[in-house]
Write a protein that binds this ligand. Sequence first.
Ligand code: GRF
Length: 227
Amino acid sequence: MKVGVLISGRGTNLQALIDACGAPDFAAEICLVVSNEAGAAGLDRAKRAGIATRLISDRDFPDPKSFEAALDRALTAAGAELVCLAGFMRLLSAGFVERWRDRLINIHPSLLPAFRGLNTHARVLEAGTRFSGCTVHFVRPAVDNGPIIAQAVVPVLPGDDADSLAARVLEQEHRCYPLALRLIAEGRVRVENERVAIDDMGAPGGVLINPALESVSVRPAQTREVC
Ligand code: GRF
C-alpha cells in the first residue's frame, strides 16, 4: 500500500513509520512526505530515507481550498492510497477529509475521546487522571474525532510534568502508528457503523491499576491520615 505522510515538524512519528516500512514483510511503503513548514526536521528524515518530499506551504496559497487542492494533487500524483497525518498542524476542511474518507488517519497524544485538541499533556496533568496515552484514528471533519484503530495507555506518575508525560506517551506513539498502518495495509481493518473492526485481533493481556495494587502497602489503622 502506498502511503503519503503529512507533517509540520520534527517527524519522530514519521521516522517510526519509515523504520517500520523498512522491514521486508511490511505491507506499506511511503511514496511521499509533504510538509507545510519549510524548516520541518521531518523533511530531512524523509530525504535521508530516500523518500520523495514536497514543501506545500499554506502561506503560498490564497485560501485553504487551493492549499488543500495542491495537497490532494501531490498525494494523488504520488499514487497515495492512504494518508497519515503525523504532527500536521493545519486543520483540514470537511471537503478534503471526506474525499479521503477511511483513507486518512491521524495520531493524537491522548486517549480519545478525552483531551482532544492542543496542550494535551498539561490538561491531563491538570485533570489529575491516572492514565494517559495515544490514539490512532480515522479522520473525520471534527477535530481529533473518528473511528479508533489503536490506542496505548501509559501511567501518569508522581512528579510528571508535561514534558516527561509527553515523552512517555511519544514512546508508545512510535509503536501504535506503525501497528495501525500495518493492520490497514494488510487489509485487516474495516469501519462499520463508525467503529473499527480488526480481523484476527489479539486481545491485550492484563489490567492496569494506578497506583499499582501490589505497591501500596496497607497502613496500620492508627496511623492513617483522615482527609
Ligand atoms: C505527536 O505527539 C502526535 O501525536 C501529534 O503531534 C506530535 C508530532 O510529533 N499529533 P512528531 O512530529 O511525530 O515528532
